[in-house]
Design a protein around this ligand. Structure first.
Ligand SMILES: [Fe+2]
Ligand SMILES: [Fe+2]
Length: 456
């Protein structure tokens, strides 16, 4: 097939300026998706946290910590998704969503787990999963919460937040009465940002599920158990007015939140920091499945090297690297039961799997400095012959950068283990890719990529 020289889709200008609160608010939608929460949950929790912080007269520096610790409380949540799906044999996203509604106490938790486990699985698999939970339940929960806390704190550090933000995220599941995890801390020993974030989380989950009265009742019910009674008193006072809930439900909450930290709003996130942020969120994506560990980072590295061979440089090369690192961000919205399925996907599952490309476009489209490359990133499963997804774009519409990311993604998928097959050698992967050249992937791009891999 004749090689057509497509124009780059990027404009060559640096990404639009943004500040950290704005950027993190936009990224927080991806965390809601992972956690199975209604869109905007992280934003609403953050807004509630800021109102509590104001009510108890928190100083400027600690306000900043509370803001980011609450907004990004779910940074580590993708790291236990695969385990949740494996242990409970059910969709991790709806399991996590519903689990937050059962409140405290061993009885309700056990009932919930027994009812949910193995839904849709055969009777033998279900019985064996329940037996495993009854035997090892507390240890399994310890393991999953520890993974989530540790990973969340590590990613906060990668995002260059101060240690207090990382520790706030780490202690999200600690309870005032000492019955929480991972360390069983109690009372004031739990960092204040974590205590506020947990209260804000409970309030928004119940608000979204059943309205303001349910949110207030649940918070009061958990006072002294999960939640700090003094914070509960502050929350009860400020949430008594219908205006509080009306403001929480406003569609421009994202804009309002970005103005919560006026000093921070003056500071622009520079290009190097933006690269680091893309890499950190790449880790959130890769943590979703043991099979994708390192995938986003490797595709980012391959695409950068291949892009250089195409003569792409400067701001365009940065955009390409970020698009490649974040191309699968939409997978955060796909159940791990599908991502981890060892066999063939049925039609419905395949449709959900394919939806990840559209989710990628939607998530990145919300993030001002990444908006320009949202469609490039989302096009990594498009094919030159027009039979790919999400849009069925063909060779007349696929930009060079999209072809680059497709080739790198294809290669990395073949050379990594998958639930249904072992990793292939480079030689075998290239033999398969050769068969797809011209139909799925760009032959010229593939030839150049061979050189990249050979040099590595
Ligand atoms: Fe993908
Ligand atoms: Fe991928």
């Amino acid at each position: 097939m004749k090689q057509v020289d497509f124009p780059h889709s990027f404009t060559g200008s640096p990404a639009p300026a943004t500040n950290l609160p704005e950027l993190m608010c936009a990224f927080s939608y991806a965390l809601d998706l992972t956690e199975g929460q209604p869109e905007g949950h992280s934003l609403r929790a953050c807004w509630i946290a800021m109102r509590i912080a104001d009510a108890i007269r928190i100083g400027r520096d600690e306000r900043r910590i509370i803001f980011f610790a609450t907004l990004l409380k779910d940074l580590g949540c993708s790291s236990n998704s695969a385990r949740v799906a494996e242990i409970y044999l059910t969709d991790d996203r709806s399991f996590k969503h519903d689990f937050k509604l059962i409140g405290d106490g061993i009885g309700p938790a056990l009932r919930f787990v027994l009812e949910k486990t193995g839904r849709g699985a055969g009777p033998v698999a279900r019985i064996s999963a329940i037996a495993n939970i009854l035997k090892n339940g507390p240890a399994l929960v310890d393991e999953m919460i520890a993974a989530r806390c540790t990973r969340g704190a590590d990613i906060a550090r990668m995002l260059r937040f101060p240690e207090e933000v990382a520790l706030g995220i780490h202690a999200l599941d600690e309870h005032w009465d000492g019955g929480g995890r991972p360390a069983g801390l109690s009372g004031q020993a739990i960092a204040l940002p974590a205590r506020i974030a947990l209260l804000a989380q409970v309030a928004d989950v119940f608000f979204c599920n059943a309205g303001p009265d349910a949110a207030r009742e649940e918070v009061v019910r958990l006072s002294g158990k999960w939640l700090d009674p003094e914070l509960v008193r502050a929350f009860t006072a400020i949430s008594a007015s219908p205006d509080f809930w009306a403001r929480l439900a406003q569609p421009d909450l994202e804009r309002m939140l970005a103005e919560e930290l006026p000093d921070e709003a003056q500071l622009t996130v520079d290009e190097d920091y933006l690269d680091a942020i893309a890499l950190a969120f790449g880790q959130v994506i890769d943590a979703k499945s043991p099979y994708t560990a390192g995938h986003s980072e490797r595709v980012g590295t391959y695409a950068t090297e291949l892009g250089k061979r195409y003569g792409i440089d400067g701001a365009d090369l940065r955009s390409l690297s970020r698009a490649a690192a974040l191309h699968d961000v939409g997978k955060l919205g796909v159940s791990s039961t599908i991502l981890e399925k060892p066999g063939k996907l049925d039609d419905e599952e395949w449709q959900v799997m394919r939806s990840h490309a559209g989710h990628t476009a939607a998530i990145l489209g919300r993030i001002a400095p990444l908006r320009e490359m949202a469609m490039i990133a989302a096009s990594h499963h498009e094919r030159l012959d027009g039979t790919g997804y999400p849009l069925g774009l063909d060779q007349t519409m696929l930009a060079t950068e999209a072809r680059i990311i497709s080739v790198c993604d294809f290669y990395d998928a073949l050379t990594a283990d998958r639930p249904y097959r072992a990793a292939m050698t480079a030689e075998r992967a290239f033999a398969i890719m050769e068969q797809e050249a011209g139909g799925a992937i760009d032959p010229h791009c593939l030839a150049m990529f061979r050189d990249v891999v050979a040099e590595r």
